[in-house]
Design a protein around this ligand. Structure first.
Ligand code: PMP
Ligand code: GLN
Length: 387
């Protein structure tokens, strides 16, 4: 086996899902909804198949979808979005992340990651020959924050990219305008591209606002924005993602993409194009957000009853909680006990940290609340066993 794929383990999401199955535990680990997606979304995909849209789509995306994406985002971006030049469709956000690294990272380049990170970032950076460098987020006064001096010290002439996942999995943090503008100044000073993974952009709670790096002064030309239909439309299995960036960067990414997936499932691109159009007409985004906020509050309530200290998320469908009231050696030991003895599966967040910062995660556990209310309530009952 080549060294680049010789990591001995499956992802922590796959491991915990397998463990949940083995112990018949309620799976609040891997982030996928257990509710069916809205009927209109299913119908549009079927319509795509029946319309015989079953052959290769253009590599950069089905024009109907790139146009729908441009229509959806144009009012939200300060720079105009040309569907033929500023967008490419990808196999989920995962391919977008991988292709971006392939397009820009050379041997010896450094890429800055906030910890906890999404696990595909370091893997994609290393497979492109780059070196990830890390800045931790820490929970202080009800906010996840980072040390600005420490971040500044990571920037140098070898820095190629910085990944910013906002809203952030697993912390539920929305990076503030001040934070983004601080990072933007460093990107401009060191000629670094900001890769913004915004897959949870439509899951924002309590009147918070999603802020876009692409709209910070001078950053339109320095930002790669990534998103995915998997989260927004509750269809993680469809793997339809996209990238918005200036034409030069999209061209480079498309060159990489033509050797990775070449193109993305045509009828599903059609389905998402129509779903985006429909969602704008029937206020789908607002309704979905309200439903998720109720689920968040339900799970927060259960976790608090069980003496877990909740870090209330402003966005996403994840909750980080502190389990230090129970005396477990670390997050892995706690999550193992939780699945095997309590019957609820969660994710140990130390897998989202570099080796030297892993200890920062030892008191935390990540729960996912994109589940029907019955599942969340049953998980709550089981969690009472923790006492
Ligand atoms: N980025 C983040 C932060 C995620 O949480 C996920 C999936 N949960 C992805 C990217 C991957 O998205 P996709 O399933 O569209 O590949
Ligand atoms: N992104 C999902 C999560 O955070 C998992 C996706 C995967 O299994 N790779 O839970």
């Amino acid at each position: 086996t080549a060294k680049r794929v010789s990591s001995p383990q499956k992802t922590i999401f796959a491991q915990m899902t397998a463990l949940a199955k083995e112990y018949n535990a309620i799976n609040l680990g891997q982030g996928f909804p257990n509710m069916p997606c809205a009927s209109f979304i299913k119908e549009f995909a079927q319509e795509g198949i029946h319309k015989n849209l079953n052959q290769y789509a253009p590599s950069s995306g089905l024009p109907l979808l790139t146009q729908a994406i441009a229509n959806l985002y144009s009012p939200q971006f300060s720079n105009p979005i040309d569907p033929a030049k500023n967008i490419t469709v990808t196999v989920g956000a995962t391919e977008a992340i991988f292709a971006t690294c392939q397009a820009f990272v050379e041997e010896g380049d450094e890429v800055i990651l906030f910890e906890p990170f999404y696990d595909s970032y370091p893997a994609s950076i290393k497979m492109a020959g780059g070196t990830p460098v890390y800045i931790p987020l820490t929970y202080e006064n009800d906010e996840w924050v980072f040390d600005r001096d420490e971040l500044e010290k990571l920037f140098n002439n070898n820095t190629k990219l910085i990944f910013i996942n906002t809203p952030h999995n697993p912390c539920g943090k929305i990076f503030t305008t001040e934070e983004l503008s601080f990072i933007a100044q460093l990107c401009l000073k060191y000629n670094v591209l900001a890769v913004c993974d915004e897959v949870y952009e439509y899951m924002i709670f309590d009147n918070n606002q999603h802020q876009r790096m692409a709209n910070m002064e001078g950053m339109a030309e320095h930002t790669i924005t990534i998103s995915s239909a998997g989260k927004t439309f509750g269809v993680t299995g469809w793997k339809i993602g996209w990238i918005i960036a200036n034409d030069k960067w999209i061209q480079a990414i498309c060159e990489a993409r033509q050797w990775i997936s070449f193109s993305v499932a045509t009828p599903l691109q059609y389905g998402i194009a129509k779903a985006i159009e429909k969602a704008q007409q029937n206020d789908f985004f607002t309704t979905m957000q309200q439903e998720y906020q109720q689920k968040r509050d339900l799970l927060i309530n259960c976790l608090q009853k069980s003496n877990l200290q909740v870090c209330k998320p402003n966005a996403t469908y994840f909750i980080m909680a502190d389990h230090s009231d129970y005396n477990f050696s670390d997050d892995v030991a706690f999550c193992e006990y939780l699945t095997k003895e309590v019957g609820v599966t969660a994710i140990p967040p130390s897998f989202f940290y570099s080796a030297s910062h892993r200890h920062l995660a030892k008191n935390y556990v990540r729960f996912c609340f994109c589940k029907d209310e019955e599942t969340l309530a049953n998980a709550g009952k089981k969690l009472e066993k923790l006492h």
